[in-house]
Structure formats: C-alpha cells, structure tokens
Design a protein around this ligand. Structure first.
Ligand code: ATP
Ligand code: MG
Ligand code: FE
Length: 362
C-alpha cells in the first residue's frame, strides 16, 4: 500500500509518501519512507514569539501544493501510483487543518483515490511502529509544543491515557522560558545549549505534582518560578549575566527532566501491571521535546531501572511531519476500515475523554 500523507495542523506544512504492508490484517512496521518533505514556518512566527494562527493558515494554503509536488518528486512516483491519501483532520489550529483537508480533498477527488482523515496525535502515537516496527502494546511519552501525555498504545484505535499535563506542555514551557530570557523562538534548542554551560543546582525550582500519586504533570508553576528568579536577579544586580541565564536554563531543564522521568516511571509500572506477560516492554518517545539530550538521558535511566527498552525515533519523525500521518492512514486501511467523510476537528482527544487509569501512587 502506497500512501500520500499531508500535515498542516500547526506550523509545519508537510507531505510524505510511505509504503506499508500488513500481516494478518495488522500493519507491520517499519514502513518504507519514500519521501518526507517538511516546510517549517519558524521564520514567519519568530518575531511574535509563538505561532500566529492566521499567519500559519495562510502559509499552509500557499505552500501545500508545492510540498505535495516535492514529496511525489522525491518519492519518484506520480499520483497514479498512490493507493490513498491521508490527511491530518485534527486536532490543531483550525485554519491550518482546514487548508490541509481542502487540499487533500482536491487531490483525492482529482486522482480518484480514497481519502482518510487522521488524528494528528495518533500519527505521533504510531510513529514508533513506522520507524522501528514496534509491536503493540507499548507505552508512549508524547512531549511536544502542544501536548504532554503518557499513553498505553494497546492496538490500533485503542489508546489509554495514563497521565498528561494539567496545564502547559513542556515544549511550551521551554518556549516561554526562552522568551523571558530573550533567547528567541522556538526556545527548546537554545535553552538546551545554554543549560549545558549552567549549574543546575544554583536555583531550587519546584518539581510540581511529584508528591502526588498518578502520572499527571504540571509545568506552569515551574515557568513562573523561573520568571520570579529572573526578576529577583535583575532587580538585585540591574540585569542578567550570561552565567545567570545558563544557570536558570540548567535549573529549569533539570526540573523538567526529573518530572518527566519520574512520571514516566510511574506509567511504566502501571503499564507493566496491565501487561504482566510482556518479555520486553517498550517505552517510546515522540514530539519535538524528545530532541533534548538531557531529557532523553533521564528517561533512558528510568527505563533501564524499570526494565523497559527506550526507543526514540529519529528527530525528523518526532517533530510534526506527514510520514506519520501517511503511516497512521495506512494502518487503518490495512485493517480493512473504509474511509468515511473527512471533516476538520479542532479538538479530538485520542482516548475520547477516558479518565486517567492510574489511581494509586507508587
Ligand atoms: P504539537 O505537535 O503538540 O501540536 P508542536 O508542533 O509545537 O506541537 P513539535 O513540532 O513536535 O510540537 O515540537 C516543537 C517543540 O519542541 C517546541 O516547543 C520546541 O521548543 C521543543 N523543542 C525542540 N527542541 C528541543 C530541545 N532540544 N529541548 C527542549 N525542547 C525542544
Ligand atoms: Mg512544530
Ligand atoms: Fe505534533
């Protein structure tokens, strides 16, 4: 099955061609990525310190044709050789999702191909199958600019949320801390660079919800604590030195790493209780925040301690891309599902509102 994927739910305009096969009605990874074209919009949003929905929607509308052409070219095939089109139909910024859905409808209709609407979060959730051929079930930590969830991926279409952030996503916190320290947007990579020069022990930042049972997380108070420390310093000495910025970044990053690792460890225990028979349980990372080396190291250590294998797909598959959308579409088609009408859904939780599974503290 050869699928053209299209993604435009946030600030990446992306198209990809992926080939997938099935065994016994279940898609079997890894998938073959024939192309994976991504046009970023960082330059358009940098001046505003965040994604501006109207600018994003317009840029998507302008670039979708081009990115699809690029993806087909790089794959070396024409539309005729594609079996189906998959498009992100939510959740996300509604203008961008609509641009993508309309473009995909046009392409599918014109070429006489079936069209399938894909949940963006499901795309992230199934990425470890596309990249590494991970089998169901597995545990996923999705940490991005807009999301933070620990999910048991049980099988196609069955996602149990074990924990999630109750306020900001970690990428959002990285971006806000970068902004308050004058480090530009997106902030994650620069905060990580500065943190490498810093002393994580200088500031005592909170570890929110650590003493609470369950795997829910919170990053908003941490961000406020960084802001207060910054203001105290600026008042006391009339400004910030490079050293101060580095120490603030290091302290902040260490707090995020500790929270993620400890909550992931709790989710691993809950996952193991649910699937006691698994010889080698897997925790996989997804989302742009997975790029952070020290967060990865913390999670690796937690996974080792819990007897889990930690898998991190290559970065270009962790951040927003269309290969994951093509793959998720392929999984549904290979499972024999018939695509229905596709409409844009700004809100679309993966687990359809299920209550968190973890109740007891461990
Ligand atoms: P979503 O996928 O949830 O809709 P998004 O598109 O903003 O949101 P991604 O593209 O997956 O998310 O990731 C971008 C986020 O990752 C940004 O918030 C960015 O600051 C963060 N990020 C990127 N690199 C790093 C890093 N090295 N350390 C920490 N955060 C990082
Ligand atoms: Mg992005
Ligand atoms: Fe995303």
């Amino acid at each position: 099955l050869t699928i053209l994927g299209i993604e435009s739910s946030c600030d990446e305009t992306a198209a990809a061609v992926v080939r997938a096969r099935a065994e016994g009605g279940v898609a079997r990874g890894p998938g073959q990525i024939l192309s994976n074209a991504v046009f970023g919009q960082e330059d358009l949003h940098a001046a505003f310190g965040g994604v501006v929905p109207e600018i994003a929607a317009r840029a998507h509308a302008e670039r979708l044709d081009l990115v699809v052409r690029r993806a087909l070219e790089e794959a070396g095939i024409g539309l005729g050789a594609v079996d189906a089109v998959a498009v992100t139909s939510g959740p996300g910024l509604i203008g961008g999702v609509l641009s993508g859905v309309m473009a995909a409808k046009g392409i599918a209709l014109g070429a006489g191909k079936p069209l399938i609407g894909v949940n963006h979060l499901e795309g992230h959730a199934l990425t470890p199958r596309l990249s590494d051929g991970v089998d169901y079930p597995y545990l996923l930590l999705l940490a991005s600019g807009g999301h933070c969830q620990l999910i048991a991926v049980e099988r196609l279409g069955s996602y149990l949320r074990l924990g999630s952030t109750i306020d900001d996503a970690p990428g959002e916190a990285f971006d806000k801390v970068a902004k308050m320290l004058g480090l530009g947007f997106p902030g994650g990579p620069e905060v990580e660079r500065r943190a490498a020069e810093g002393d994580a022990a200088r500031f005592e930042f909170p570890r929110p919800l650590m003493d609470r049972p369950g795997a829910d997380m919170s990053f908003s108070g941490l961000k406020t604590a960084v802001l207060r420390a910054r203001d105290r310093l600026a008042e006391g000495q009339g400004g910030l030195y490079r050293r101060d910025v580095a120490d603030l970044c290091a302290g902040f990053q260490a707090a995020v790493a500790e929270v993620l690792a400890s909550k992931a460890a709790r989710a691993m225990r809950a996952f193991r209780d649910r699937y006691p028979g698994l010889a080698q349980p897997v925790i996989a990372l997804a989302g742009g925040v997975a790029a952070n080396t020290s967060l990865r190291a913390g999670l690796d250590a937690a996974a080792r301690a819990e007897g889990f294998a930690a898998i991190a797909p290559p970065l270009r598959l962790c951040t927003d891309n269309a290969a994951m959308i093509a793959w998720a579409g392929a999984e549904h088609l290979l499972a024999g599902e018939h695509p229905g009408a596709v409409s844009a859904r700004p809100r679309w939780p993966l687990d359809a509102g299920a209550a968190p599974l973890i109740g007891s503290g461990k």
